[in-house]
Design a protein around this ligand. Structure first.
Ligand SMILES: [Zn+2]
Length: 288
């Protein structure tokens, strides 16, 4: 049976944008990892003939404009991951709109245009308490979102949200509304009855046995397109390690050394296309 499309995505932020990093840790370790990690990702995509979506932070665009240029020059899709990695839980509609406007200015300053139609919230923080963000994204011209995590995990998640592409209703973002303003392309979560197993990328790629990860991913791809995510820091595993404790350390560092090799094997098996391109090819985007 032919498989559905695979769309790899990368949340382009530095190690100190993690929800577990506090100010003093950042001051003690000023080294940036975003250039090195992103360059490795781009090299790997080039080598394997894949294209992907890069959700960039405004802070990264400001500090590393060359990265944005290279991403675009090599045929990848640029999308928005906010400005400073503050989750939506700490914003309101006004401050979020300001962030989207600032992101737009930063991208236009580098590219002279704004080719962005996709958004992913820091820490998958789009849930029922922050559904107002859908209105702001619509008003700012965004066409799709990839922030609603359809499983409940420690930090985030909407456990009853669809695992497939759909249009979230404004009054309940787990419900499909054909008239909804944005398309949701959730990261890959396996579903068997009420059970949900995220294979979305990041921590799940690092912590799950790779054979199980690949089995679930292949099973999802037989039914629907898949989206996966990773971070630059996970592709530069020799970078700074912070003295985190307990679950914060596990979530941040479990299985880190194996990621570059796993990513290469995944890209060899699942040729990637940008998320916006997959959505357009599958007829999910409206003419604008
Ligand atoms: Zn992030």
């Amino acid at each position: 049976m032919p498989a559905h499309a695979a769309a790899f995505s990368f949340d382009i932020e530095d190690w100190f944008h993690s929800e577990f990093v506090t100010g003093p840790a950042r001051a003690a370790h000023p080294e940036s990892v975003v250039e090195r990690g992103t360059s490795r990702i781009l090299d790997l995509l080039q080598r394997t003939g894949s294209r992907a979506t890069f959700f960039l932070l405004g802070d990264v665009v400001r500090e590393h404009p060359r990265l944005l240029r290279r991403i675009v020059d090599e045929g990848h899709e640029v999308a928005c991951h906010g400005v400073d990695h503050r989750p939506l839980w700490g914003l309101d509609a006004g401050t979020f709109a300001d962030q989207l406007d600032e992101f737009r200015r930063l991208v236009e300053r580098v590219l002279g245009r704004f080719p962005v139609t996709g958004y992913r919230a820091p820490s998958f923080s789009l849930d029922r308490t922050t559904a107002w963000a859908l209105d702001v994204l619509r008003d700012r011209g965004y066409a799709y979102d990839s922030s609603i995590f359809p499983a409940r995990v420690k930090l985030y998640g909407v456990p009853d949200a669809p695992v497939h592409i759909y249009r979230p209703a404004r009054d309940d973002l787990a419900r499909h509304d054909p008239g909804g303003a944005l398309v949701e392309f959730p990261v890959a979560v396996g579903a068997a009855g009420p059970l949900r197993l995220p294979v979305a990328g990041g921590f799940y790629l690092r912590a799950l046995p790779f054979s199980l990860f690949q089995l679930v991913l292949a099973a999802i791809r037989r039914r629907r397109p898949v989206a996966l995510y990773l971070h630059p820091r996970e592709c530069a595993p020799e970078a700074v390690r912070l003295p985190l404790r307990g679950s914060a350390s596990f979530i941040t560092y479990a299985g880190l050394a194996g990621v570059p090799r796993k990513l290469e094997r995944l890209l060899q098996r699942h040729r990637s296309r940008p998320m916006g391109e997959v959505l357009a090819a599958e007829g999910h985007l409206r003419a604008r």
